[in-house]
Design a protein around this ligand. Structure first.
Ligand SMILES: Nc1nc2c(ncn2[C@@H]2O[C@H](COP(=O)(O)OP(=O)(O)O)[C@@H](O)[C@H]2O)c(=O)[nH]1
Ligand SMILES: [Mg+2]
Ligand SMILES: [Zn+2]
Length: 217
């Protein structure tokens, strides 16, 4: 027996994602979908990146969480436009949620939009939301076995930020092994070693991102 339900949901999502992409193109905004497990440091990375890019590009943020508005408050404190989306249980964002969320943002006044996805190492990578670039974080506290256990997000992402590098002296994690396994899954992925809260690697990442944005526009 053939059960076509899942493929139809994904097809419908793909159509809406294409509409989002057309909207972003029309408004000339470059969109990043930022994904990771809960607590890997997405909001901290956005805070650090927004500070690094201050005065150089106009940034906005769409925050996705199951509930609450804590992350949007953190971003709002930096004075950038932000909308909090609550999925009410869903463990990822889809294109229709993003469409509703961006209606609350002044897209025509932005150059760069960060979408912080719901914390989850699996299904956010399955849903195109119309972004130009998928970007993932892995905290080195999560362990070097994660790429081979949860390959999809590593395969789908253009860039990986290995976060919390400041903790490396306290951990037994094998960062070289981690890098090798990630590259075996996705040879073209760009890897940055950073500390979102201590600042290590942030300037280099921010410059690269700026270059990527300029190459796109
Ligand atoms: N030591 C250290 N802690 C970090 C770093 N980045 C984030 N954290 C901490 O990790 C926790 C989760 O960070 P958060 O940005 O909220 O993660 P999110 O759930 O992915 O958005 C917070 O307590 C942060 O202060 C880092 O680079 N180094
Ligand atoms: Mg967060
Ligand atoms: Zn999900």
């Amino acid at each position: 027996m053939k059960i076509p339900v899942v493929s139809r949901i994904l097809e419908a999502n793909e159509r809406l994602a294409q509409e989002n992409r057309a909207l972003f193109r029309q408004r000339k905004v470059f969109v990043l979908n930022v994904m990771s497990s809960p607590g890997a440091g997405k909001t901290s990375l956005l805070e650090a990146t927004i500070r690094a890019l201050r005065g150089r590009v106009r940034v906005g943020v769409l925050e996705g969480d199951i509930q609450g508005s804590r992350d949007a408050e953190r971003i709002g404190a930096l004075g950038v436009p932000v909308v909090q989306l609550n999925t009410g249980g869903a463990c990822h964002l889809d294109a229709s949620m993003v469409r509703q969320g961006v209606e609350g943002l002044p897209l025509e006044e932005l150059d760069l939009l960060f979408i912080e996805n719901v914390g989850n190492l699996v299904c956010p990578a399955e849903f195109d939301v119309g972004e130009h670039m998928k970007c993932m974080l892995l905290s080195i506290t999560e362990g070097e076995d994660k790429p081979l256990k949860y390959p999809l997000m590593f395969q789908a992402s253009e860039v990986l930020l290995l976060n919390k590098m400041d903790l490396r002296p306290h951990l037994d994690v094998d960062v070289e092994r981690l890098r090798e396994d990630v590259l075996s899954l996705n040879p073209s992925i760009r890897i940055f070693e950073v500390s979102a809260t201590k600042g290590q690697g942030i300037a280099e990442w921010a410059e690269w991102l700026l270059g990527r944005l300029k190459a796109h526009s």
